[in-house]
Design a protein around this ligand. Sequence first.
Ligand SMILES: *[C@@H]1O[C@H](CO)[C@@H](O)[C@H](O)[C@H]1NC(C)=O
Ligand SMILES: *[C@@H]1O[C@H](CO)[C@@H](O)[C@H](O)[C@H]1NC(C)=O
Ligand SMILES: *[C@@H]1O[C@H](CO)[C@@H](O)[C@H](O)[C@H]1NC(C)=O
Ligand SMILES: *[C@@H]1O[C@H](CO)[C@@H](O)[C@H](O)[C@H]1NC(C)=O
Ligand SMILES: CC(=O)N[C@H]1CO[C@H](CO)[C@@H](O)[C@@H]1O
Length: 402
Amino acid sequence: MPFHSSIVTIATIAFGCTALATKSEGSGLSHWEEPVPIYKKSSYCIDARVDDLLSRMTIQEKAGQLFQARINQEPLDGPEGASANALEGNTTNHMLDKHMSHFNLATGITNATETAEFMNLIKERALDSRLGIPVTISTDPRHSFTENVVRKFAEVTKEEYMAVGIRASLHPQVNLTTEPRWARIGNTWGENSTLTSQMVVEYIKGFQGDKSGTKSVKTVTKHFPDSGPMKNRENSHFVYSKNQIYPGNNFEEHLKPFKAAIAAGATEMMLYYSRSIEFSAEYFKARNYTVVRIPEEADYTLLRYNAPYEPRSDIKLDRPAVIPEVIERAAAVLGSYGSDNEAFLDVVFGITAPKGKLPFDLPRSMEAVQAQMEDVPFDTRNSVFRYGHGLSYAIPCDVKQT
Ligand SMILES: *[C@@H]1O[C@H](CO)[C@@H](O)[C@H](O)[C@H]1NC(C)=O
Ligand SMILES: *[C@@H]1O[C@H](CO)[C@@H](O)[C@H](O)[C@H]1NC(C)=O
Ligand SMILES: *[C@@H]1O[C@H](CO)[C@@H](O)[C@H](O)[C@H]1NC(C)=O
Ligand SMILES: *[C@@H]1O[C@H](CO)[C@@H](O)[C@H](O)[C@H]1NC(C)=O
Ligand SMILES: CC(=O)N[C@H]1CO[C@H](CO)[C@@H](O)[C@@H]1O
């Protein structure tokens, strides 16, 4: 046994990693010793390890690899452990009975230590599966940023993900928002294909590095345009709205960000197929404002709305709102792309300045929305505000600095 081990070691040094064809594995082993399978040996080439693992997997175990289930940060064995639907089984059931190893962490992260500990539990539980295949934990987007800090944003987010064990990002979402009624605009970069293509490169390089490796978080660029701009602006999450149309003959433009992503090292794409913010008196009391009972007594009225939309289940997302009447009457309108209440109030009260620009046109009316083409950017007629519009102001710290 010691002799055998040294052969493997020499081969490792000579070839960098051991190729499967040259192995003499197992022949010298005593029958009571289980050989360590090749796929578990880091000295072997990745291809050899994958081939070995695949050859050992049942069809059920292979099928399990094809799923990406949502899980919550909850007891792995509890009835509530699996998120989407308790009837579907808990997390242990997903891992050990259904052979899944890719999970999307659905819960918010409020304490990094606890999330990291939860991840460690999952990884330990994975060792109980027949082959001990490790799990990959991914997440949908959890952060926001402005265009000049994309790379930095991606690098910082990557560090935060890695610190709690998340190694795959189910983003960026680079789909162009050429159709204002589409329900998933909130996580995109607007309707400009050039800008979106520039940002996606920085984003992917920030998460993956110039070359994907052990210090990378994988990106999954989405949603690849097999659906295309949807007829009647529906969302193909719904069974009744799967049709696509390109009335502007503009398919190539929608491909541009995806081509840029591939050139930047994207290896994964998601094919095409929410969260309410409670605004309460507590936020104002914390800032020493008095909350009054009737509008007439107030010095200020602050309203936070979601962009109006026709309700379909509970999806709530940002999109180009048709609100000319609000814009005409309000002293100021602040657009946000999913800020929390504290961040919003910091802008209202001049602690930080608003910096964002509109990533799409704000349409004048639903007629204008209906008249524009689903797949063409910047074609909303007589918009209330154009793409790129946005005001800011000097904040006290800026004034002090200059
Ligand atoms: C969780 O799943 C495991 C594995 O399928 C099962 O043995 C256990 O009974 C489940 N726990 C609950 C509380 O449903
Ligand atoms: C985070 O969780 C850990 C472990 O439960 C705990 O010790 C720590 O105090 C928590 N941190 C915060 C900020 O709540
Ligand atoms: C789209 O973005 C590019 C890159 O930032 C910029 O040069 C171009 O002017 C933008 N197009 C429009 C219509 O604003
Ligand atoms: C609110 O008032 C209290 C007491 O005067 C003070 O300590 C606190 O800093 C104030 N908070 C803000 C946000 O101004
Ligand atoms: C493929 C894909 O996700 N296409 C979407 C891109 O965005 C438009 C709206 O701008 C949607 O209608 C498409 O479905």
